[in-house]
Design a protein around this ligand. Structure first.
Ligand code: P53
Length: 475
């Protein structure tokens, strides 16, 4: 009973949200280096280049680039078995289309992985986490272009070869399916480096970019398994289950169709083929997607070993009279769920939804699952004596771990590990602010860029340490 003996407890982050050092040691600009900060009410702006007088929070972030030894020592103190981060593509290929990689960038990750391994912490690595080279956007239009497949595969293979004896667990594209909510242009930018032009068909673009990414992912997986057959390479899906608002048959169908549109990516990653409902959708909407016979063969040859997914919240949808085909149009078709509370950022808190998600994936795909993000973004208060009391964070995580435990013990879900998001405070992806905090470790850095970057343990630090040391028995 309980979690596996080798359960991968840890924490998750992404390079662009914590490393800083955005122009050091040959690093090129990534798409997130030209995105301003925002806050709970203000959206981030994509400026396309670095403009004077703007605040770009990812430039310095929490300077993990210089603090990584101290931070990893704290992770080890909590007992982490693994640490999920990403490799900034722009440290390895600053522009994305070079022939040769940047040795200084490769060296940084060698040193950082060594530091993890010193404590017995397994690195879990995402290859593309919202941080593709800006040059690939300016020169090729981002993932609009098929050429990106080769650039990505080259980057992936370079990393696989270099770190084949240090890293066993990989993921290709972070939250690849977030862009399916086409109403939100920010996700299409973060996932695919695309800012839609007025004359463009956003749906066609989204499916096209996603297709190229799925092919690139499959090709990378195929290559990775050759480089080291021990590699475990997964996909990374943003799981926000979409519930029907009521038991009206129309609402049930609306929710089912919404799930098809947000989660077809998992079918392609795991089964190596598109579900027929998506092909039918393309046909009905007359979307012209460039998919070759060769692509379809590659998809079949590069299936994932596990499903990595993030889980923060659930969504809810309702059939609308103006939408007789039950097409899910993203945020526009989401309604508030009256049965659950939400965070200050409107993220609906639903621990049972995590158990539901674990069952949902297992029923459909029968591959091991890895919860690679989960957490509670909240304002924290630094007390006079330097302590940070965050019972709300502990409560959120307790409830989610408890549901994940039931999924394992009562439902038989095969779960590899759990890495809560932002184990150390970092820059929010969605809002660009520092003050939406997730960490067990507090970092003295604020929305306006001030702060001395010092690290402090929050109350949740000791709590999580106990969870890990009892393999999830004491939560
Ligand atoms: P922030 C939307 C919905 C679910 C997950 O998000 C999301 C997003 C994008 O905001 O992103 C993931 O920082 C992502 C991380 C991100 C984390 O969730 O907006 O993989 O990069 O930081 C939390 O609160």
């Amino acid at each position: 009973m309980g979690f596996r003996k080798d359960f991968l407890w840890g924490g998750a982050v992404a390079a662009h949200q914590l490393e800083g050092a955005y122009d050091r040691d040959g690093k090129g600009l990534s798409i997130m280096d030209v995105v301003t900060s925002g806050d709970v009410n203000t959206r981030r702006r994509i400026t396309g280049e670095i403009l004077k007088g703007e605040n770009y929070p990812n430039h310095e972030a929490i300077d993990f680039y210089d603090y990584y030894k101290e931070d990893i020592r704290l992770f080890a103190e909590m007992g982490f078995k693994c640490f999920r981060t990403s490799i900034a593509w722009t440290r390895i290929f600053p522009n994305g289309d070079e022939e040769q990689p940047n040795e200084a960038g490769l060296k940084f990750y060698d040193d950082m992985f060594d530091e993890c391994l010193k404590y017995g912490i397994e690195p879990v690595i995402t290859l593309s986490h919202f941080e593709m080279p800006l040059h690939l956007v300016q020169e090729y239009g981002g993932w609009r272009s098929r050429k990106l497949i080769d650039f990505f595969v080259k980057f992936a293979v370079t990393c696989f070869e270099r770190y084949k004896d240090k890293v066993k667990y990989w993921m290709t594209f972070n939250e690849i399916n977030n862009q399916a909510d086409i109403g939100d242009g920010f996700m299409l930018y973060a996932n695919s480096g695309i800012v839609v032009k007025p004359e463009e068909n956003v749906e066609e673009l989204m499916y096209q970019a996603s297709h190229y990414e799925l092919v690139a992912s499959a090709e990378a997986i195929k290559a990775g398994h050759k480089i080291n057959p021990e590699f475990q390479i997964g996909c990374m899906i943003a799981m926000c289950p979409i519930y029907p608002a009521t038991c009206r048959p129309e609402d049930i169908l609306q929710a089912e169709k919404a799930m098809q549109k947000r989660y077809y990516y998992t079918d392609v990653h795991v089964k190596g083929e598109y579900p027929v409902n998506i092909l039918k959708y393309w046909e009905r909407k007359d979307l012209k997607i460039d998919v070759t016979e060769e692509d379809l063969a590659v998809l079949k040859q590069g299936c994932v070993d596990y499903i990595g997914f993030s889980y923060y919240m659930s969504f809810c949808t309702k059939a609308e009279p103006d939408n007789p085909e039950y097409d899910y149009r993203g945020e526009k078709d989401r309604i508030k769920n009256q049965y659950v509370k939400a965070s200050e950022w409107g993220w609906q808190i639903d621990p049972i939804g995590l158990r539901y998600s674990l069952n949902w994936f297992t029923d459909r795909y029968k591959v091991p699952l890895f919860i690679v993000e989960n957490g509670f973004g909240a304002y924290d208060t630094l007390e006079e004596d330097g302590s940070i009391h965050d019972p709300y964070r502990v409560e959120y995580l307790q409830h989610h771990i408890s549901e994940m435990k039931k999924a394992v013990e009562e439902d038989g879900v095969d779960l590899m590990g759990y890495t809560p998001w932002g184990c150390i405070d970092l820059v929010s992806a969605g809002s660009g602010e520092m003050d939406k905090r997730y960490g067990f470790i507090y970092v003295d850095k604020h929305n306006d860029g001030t702060g001395d970057l010092s690290r402090r343990k929050k109350d949740s630090f000791e709590w999580y340490k106990e969870v890990i040391s009892t393999n999830g028995e004491n939560i």
